[in-house]
Design a protein around this ligand. Structure first.
Ligand SMILES: Cc1cc2nc3c(=O)[nH]c(=O)nc-3n(C[C@H](O)[C@H](O)[C@H](O)COP(=O)(O)OP(=O)(O)OC[C@H]3O[C@@H](n4cnc5c(N)ncnc54)[C@H](O)[C@@H]3O)c2cc1C
Length: 460
């Protein structure tokens, strides 16, 4: 350890106590990964229990110019929580509580390390609901969800994390503690720092507490599986839903390559000719959604669906979602190389995006798997190969550059929810103008003039 770093650690231990500071190899290795394939060993790990301890950490990091990398539970898919430049991993393992659920004002005050699923469970007991539910909701943290503005299957109807964060307590890189946003349902005082911090990938401030907006838990949920001959019929069905004032809670899809992997893993028989599978979920008042489900099914059949199945037991529904939520791992198990990006296009352009992805995959000798949050136009585009070597990785880079070009030409964006981190840094300039990047770098400098908070993420 360098002398400067040793002094920093000694002083940190004096100020916040040795049970919050770790430099042993085992603990550092436990924090060397995230949801990407990259590995970076931090020089130390800090697991504070209070905001004040985080403030002290940042004041010392400022004094010694040490990099601090906030980390939720490390499920991020763009490398945001990796210690790419050494430094200290700041873990929220000991700050994972629900501080308060306010049933009158329909808000919850939570710590950043809280696992999203634990919040869902606690709220359900009180008939309340926090809709953002990334597919990783049983493992990812609210702090990580805020830093990435996580989406999820139910964000089509209800919006993303951003729409449910009323206010936050934030520790700035210099150690000062501020409050952003409000605790009320409305508030427009000053610039919107709340929304600036949300999705800033832990580069502007450290979220130490959040006030969340809640809604009533839907009375009932019905889930339907539909098998289609092509994506155009799926889009036509979606248009049919909105014309009939049906707003599903979820509209997820999987293309043929995914469907073929799914056979035998779910309790439904998939028709052989299926090219696209849709998971449609309606939530609300029981009699109302039963009627809507019937109409939705009719619309799907009018648009040439092969079959429509109702997941008519909670067991079947759970089984379906378990498979959907772990689909990333299911693909991974069957190939040697897998790279995925989460592009978004207007829904009407999805057929063109998929056709383009298949053509790009063929050009670079990949198999393309596409699935995701169809209602949001958010496609998890995967390129896979049975071999992994430098050449395949290089081809993957070229292939995704073309996928991003196509996405942008179709009026889309290169990331709907996974963020830029380190993995999409090389492509940032494809979407943002030089002037936009310059302004964003200036904002980073205002918050973090020494570049100590999560340096090297989003831009260099
Ligand atoms: C199987 C799987 C499925 C997934 N599905 C989805 C999905 O449906 N939708 C979706 O949006 N994402 C999805 N993801 C990606 C990932 O789960 C989300 O980005 C999630 O929000 C990350 O949370 P985390 O706690 O793991 O954060 P981490 O990976 O630990 O960190 C992510 C970023 O947040 C920053 N950060 C963490 N905590 C704080 C804090 N308190 N203050 C400031 N910055 C902080 C980190 O510095 C980093 O930049 C999926 C990932 C996996 C592995």
């Amino acid at each position: 350890m360098e002398k400067n770093f040793t002094q920093f650690i000694e002083e940190l231990i004096q100020q916040i106590g040795e049970k919050h500071v770790y430099t042993d190899e085992e603990r550092r290795e436990a924090y060397n990964f995230d949801g990407t394939d990259y590995r970076y060993l931090p020089e130390a790990v800090v697991e504070p229990a209070t905001t004040e301890q985080i403030s002290k950490l940042m004041k010392l990091a400022t004094k010694y110019k040490i990099a601090v990398i906030p980390r939720g539970t490390g499920t991020g898919l763009s490398g945001g929580a990796l210690a790419t430049n050494g430094g200290v991993i700041l873990s929220f393992l000991k700050m994972n509580k629900i501080i308060e659920i306010d049933e009158v004002n329909m808000t919850a005050r939570v710590q950043p390390g809280l696992i999203n699923l634990h919040l869902h469970e606690a709220l359900a007991e009180k008939g309340l609901y926090y809709p953002p539910d990334p597919a990783s909701y049983d493992t990812s943290s609210i702090g990580g969800n805020i830093a990435e503005d996580a989406g999820g299957p139910h964000c089509y109807k209800y919006g993303t994390t951003r729409d449910y964060i009323l206010g936050m307590e934030v520790v700035l890189p210099n150690g000062e503690i501020i409050r952003t946003g409000v605790k009320t349902r409305k508030g427009v005082v000053g610039y919107d720092l709340n929304n600036l911090i949300i999705s800033s990938e832990g580069t502007l401030g450290i979220v130490t507490e959040a006030v969340l907006r809640l809604i009533p838990l839907p009375q009932n949920i019905m889930t339907m599986l539909v098998f289609f001959p092509n994506i155009e019929n799926v889009i036509a069905s979606m248009t049919g839903f909105s014309k009939n004032r049906i707003v599903p809670g979820t509209m997820e899809f999987m293309d043929k390559a995914c469907v073929d992997l799914l056979r035998g893993r779910i309790q439904f028989t998939i028709p052989d000719e299926t090219q696209v599978l849709m998971i449609i979920e309606l939530d609300g008042e029981s009699s109302e959604i039963e009627k809507q489900m019937e109409t939705a099914g009719e619309i799907c059949f009018e648009n040439e669906a092969f079959d429509v199945f109702l997941a008519d037991s909670s067991h079947k529904r759970q089984g379906l979602w378990d498979v959907r939520r772990s689909f990333r791992e299911i693909i991974k198990e069957t190939v040697k190389y897998k790279r995925a990006e989460d592009v978004v296009v207007p829904i009407s352009k999805i057929p063109e995006l998929l056709a383009g992805n298949y053509a790009i995959a063929e050009k670079y000798d990949f198999v393309s798997y596409n699935y995701g949050h169809l209602g949001d136009g958010n496609v998890h585009a995967n390129m896979t190969n049975m071999v992994k070597n430098d050449d395949v990785i290089r081809r993957g880079h070229h292939a995704f550059k073309e996928v991003f070009e196509l996405t942008l030409n179709l009026g889309g964006t290169i990331s709907g929810e996974h963020g830029i981190g380190i993995t999409k840094k090389p492509y940032l300039g494809m979407e943002l103008s030089e002037e936009s990047i310059r302004i964003q770098k200036e904002i980073k400098k205002i918050f973090d003039p020494l570049n100590i908070l999560n340096p090297g993420k989003i831009f260099d």
